[in-house]
Every structure is written in C-alpha cells, then in structure tokens.
Design a protein around this ligand. Structure first.
Ligand code: R5P
Length: 293
C-alpha cells in the first residue's frame, strides 16, 4: 500500500505508514501568493493500492480543496484503488434541508470525491453519522472513544465515571465505560435550529468524590464542555477531564474549559492541536489491514 500525506495530516500519515510498514510517497505542497493551493505527488502510484490522509478541520474549505486536488492528481496516475482517510470530516452536518434553499453539503462533498475516483472513505467519529448513509462510495466510520478511554485507563483512572453529551451520546459514555469499568451517564442537550448553539440540561450526576471524564466527539467553541465540566464540579467530582476525538478548539476553547474547572483537555490527532496526544493511527491501520492493505 502507498500512503499519500495530505498537507493537513502529515504527522498522522507518517504514523500510519510506520504502523502499516507502507511506503510514504511525498506530496509537495505550497500556496500561491494569492492563496490558491498547489500540490504535486513526488513519485509514482500507478497500479498501487493508495490511501490519502487529509483531515478537513478548519480551515475546512482550504483543506477540502487540497483533498480534492490530491485525490484528482492521484486518480490521474491510475492507481489500483483510492481510499481517502479523512479523520475529521467537515460538512457532515448538513445532510438534509432544514430550511428551503439550503445546500446539501454532505452529499456534494461525497459526489466530488466519487468524481475524483475515490472508492472508499474512512473517517473517525463522524459528527452526523446519518450523513454517511446512501453515499455513492463505501464509507467506514470508526470510533476513537475506546482509544481515549484506554489512555485514561493507562494513566490509572480505571473506575472513573464516563460521561457524555446528549441522549444519542450515551453510546459514547458506554463505549468508554466498557474500558474504564466505572459507571456511565449523559447530560441531555438541545441544539438551536438556527444558531446551532448547544445547551445542556443540568441533571444530577453521581460523581461525588469521584473522577469524572467527559467524552465527546468534538470540542469546537468549548461552550458545551465548559458547562458540563462546571456542572460535574458543582456535583462534587474530585477531578474532571474533558476528552474529545476532534479538538477543533476554536477561540481559546482549551483555556476556557480549564478555567471552568477541568484538570486537562485531551484529544486525538484527527485534528492536530496542542491537546492531540492520542493517535488514531492504530485504529486506521487496523481498518486498512482488515480491508487487505
Ligand atoms: C453536540 O452535539 C456535540 O457532541 C458537541 O458537544 C458540540 O458540537 C460541541 O460544540 P461546542 O464546543 O461549540 O460547544
């Protein structure tokens, strides 16, 4: 297998190539003075099973364009197959029209990738898994929650309370609790239709004198996590950790969460950041191996 590192995920691509003992073909990337992206595959991938690694965290539009350019350049070389690994998949929120005239961005992205010759897409904890249904290409959505839970277990937090946001997120808390062997619960959430702002319901949590760990797929502005952490502290948790798969951390979100009482914010390398200490490379390597990389 050949790994092509997209400019937004070079470190993760390198970790993945090492895990798989796959060849990493360099991709030269630069920006023109007007801001346009330029890239060139510095090697040949003709007839090769090829995996492209490129996250599409902010700046999403730019990174999405780089992904399409890289996929198109790869397709032009006639590889055996192209799998795109998009650890954080942008534009997955909008899979249906909430208001007339809105763009179906999730479908548009998939159509564009299919046009560029992609046969399979692998992503991690897609924010809106419903958006992945009925796509023209094969999609695999992996969960990095067990890796995050294992990280805390290895640090001695076995038995901690695993918490998540939203009733739908309870499965996240259960996934973590399966590894941490403690109890699990969730805080109900509501999302505003137009602003997208999430509010949490401050229900009682059984965290008194315990270590509590919140697991979420994403921390964006940090607003949801801040409120959740402060609530757990008020309920008597001794230590509170904020863990997420995709640490977008917009506008000093990490600082805000720490100020709300969290001991630490921990994320994965689906999105490179100061808190991306858990790598999803083993998870992706396993998925690629299973498909016969
Ligand atoms: C909610 O559905 C998600 O699981 C996250 O809690 C939310 O998207 C995080 O957004 P923010 O960090 O802006 O509050």
């Amino acid at each position: 297998m050949i790994i092509l590192p997209g400019p937004a995920s070079r470190d993760l691509a390198t970790r993945l190539a090492l895990k798989l003992r796959a060849k990493l073909v360099p991709v030269h990337f630069k920006k023109f003075p007007d801001g346009e992206s330029y890239l060139r595959i510095e090697g040949t991938i003709k007839g090769e099973n090829t995996a492209i690694v490129q996250t599409t965290s902010p700046p999403q539009d730019e990174r999405m364009m780089q992904l399409l350019l890289l996929t198109s350049a790869a397709n032009d070389q006639n590889p055996e197959a192209i799998t795109v690994i998009v650890p954080y998949l942008a534009y997955s929120r909008q899979d249906r029209r909430f208001l007339p005239g809105e763009a179906l961005s999730a479908k548009m992205v998939m159509d564009a990738l299919a046009t560029c010759g992609v046969s399979k897409l692998i992503t991690v904890n897609c924010h809106n898994p419903a958006a992945l249904k009925s796509f023209p290409i094969l999609v695999q959505d992996l969960s990095a929650i067990p890796l995050l839970a294992k990280h805390f277990k290895d640090r001695g937090y076995e038995g901690a309370v695993s918490l998540s946001m939203g009733k739908k997120g309870l499965v996240t808390a259960l996934e973590a609790a399966d590894i941490l062997k403690g109890s699990s619960d969730f805080l109900p959430t509501k999302r505003h239709r137009r602003t997208g702002r999430v509010t949490i319901e401050k229900k009682p949590l059984k965290v008194e004198s315990k270590v509590a760990i919140f697991f979420d797929d994403i921390i964006s502005s940090g607003g949801t996590m801040m409120k959740a952490v402060a609530h757990a502290k008020r309920q008597g948790a001794t230590r509170v950790f904020a863990a997420c798969v995709h640490p977008l951390l917009i506008d000093n979100a990490e600082e805000k969460i720490l100020r709300s009482g969290a001991d630490e914010v921990v994320g994965t390398d689906t999105v490179p950041s100061s808190v991306s200490i858990v790598s999803v490379a083993p998870l992706i390597a396993k998925a690629l191996t299973r498909q016969g990389a």
